[in-house]
Design a protein around this ligand. Structure first.
Ligand code: CA
Length: 225
C-alpha cells in the first residue's frame, strides 16, 4: 500500500521507510507539513504517518487542513511521550491512532496494518474471501489451506484489489499504489499490470475470487457468495 510519512528527523524517517518497505508498502517521505498538504491534495494514500512537531506547518495544522478538505485518509500520529495535550487535540481533530516516540518499529507495523484494515472495513488481519485466506500480518495467501507462491508485486496487486472490492481500479491506479515517488523509474507499465493480473487469475482459479476486466476502464474483484 502507498503510505505517506511526514517526519522531519532523517534518521527516524529512514528507519520507518525501511520498515514499511520490508512490510511490502510503497512509502513516500516528506519532511515539511506544507509539502504534505500539497501532496495529499492530488495523491491517494492508504495511510498517513504524521509527526506532530514539524517545521513550518505543524502536524496539527496538516491534520486540520486535511480533514477540512474532507480527506478521510487514516492518519497515525507520532508524538512525544509528554505530549498528552497534542495527542488529545490530534485525536479530536480526526487522527485515527497515535504512536509515542521513541517509535517501536514492530508496533508501527502492527498499527499500520490495523488502520489500513479498519479503513477497508475488516476487523482482523486474517481474512477469508471464498476459499481464499489472506493473512496480512504474515503476507501469505492460502487457497483451501494450500499456500500460494506469490511474488511481492502480485501479492500487492491482490491486496489492493481485495481491499477495494466493489470498486473498479484502473491500471494507472494500481501502478500508482505499487510505487512510491522515490522509485518512479520502477513504476510498473500497463503491460506489467496485465501480466500480474494474468498470473493472479491463474493462481486464483479455484479460489472463488475472480478478477474481472472492464475493457478500457480497469479491473474489478468479485468474490463468489
Ligand atoms: Ca519532529
Amino acid at each position: 500500500m502507498r503510505i505517506l510519512l511526514v517526519e522531519d528527523t532523517p534518521d527516524l524517517a529512514e528507519a520507518i521507510v525501511e520498515r514499511l518497505q520490508v512490510d511490502g508498502h510503497a512509502p513516500d517521505w516528506l519532511s515539511h507539513g506544507a509539502q504534505a498538504v500539497e501532496m495529499l491534495s492530488h495523491q491517494t494514500y492508504a495511510l498517513v504517518i504524521l509527526d506532530l512537531g514539524l517545521p513550518g506547518l505543524d502536524g496539527i495544522q496538516v491534520l486540520q487542513q486535511l480533514r477540512a478538505q474532507r480527506n478521510k485518509t487514516p492518519v497515525l500520529v507520532l508524538t512525544a511521550r509528554s505530549g498528552i495535550d497534542d495527542r488529545v487535540e490530534a485525536l479530536d481533530l480526526g487522527a485515527d491512532d497515535y504512536l509515542i516516540k521513541p517509535v517501536n518499529l514492530r508496533e508501527l507495523s502492527a498499527r499500520c496494518r490495523a488502520l489500513i484494515r479498519r479503513n477497508h472495513g475488516e476487523t482482523s488481519s486474517s481474512v477469508q474471501y471464498g476459499k481464499l485466506h489472506f493473512d496480512r500480518s504474515a503476507a501469505k495467501v492460502f487457497i483451501a489451506g494450500v499456500a500460494l507462491d506469490l511474488p511481492r508485486r502480485e501479492l500487492n496487486v491482490l491486496d489492493l484489489l481485495l481491499s477495494q472490492q466493489g470498486r473498479v481500479l484502473s491500471k494507472s491506479q494500481i501502478a500508482d499504489q505499487l510505487c512510491s515517488f522515490v522509485d518512479t523509474e520502477e513504476l510498473p507499465s500497463h503491460n506489467a499490470i496485465e501480466l500480474y493480473i494474468g498470473r493472479l487469475r491463474k493462481k486464483l482459479a479455484d479460489s472463488g475470487v475472480h478478477i474481472k476486466t472492464l475493457r478500457g476502464i480497469g479491473y474489478l474483484l468479485h468474490v463468489d457468495a
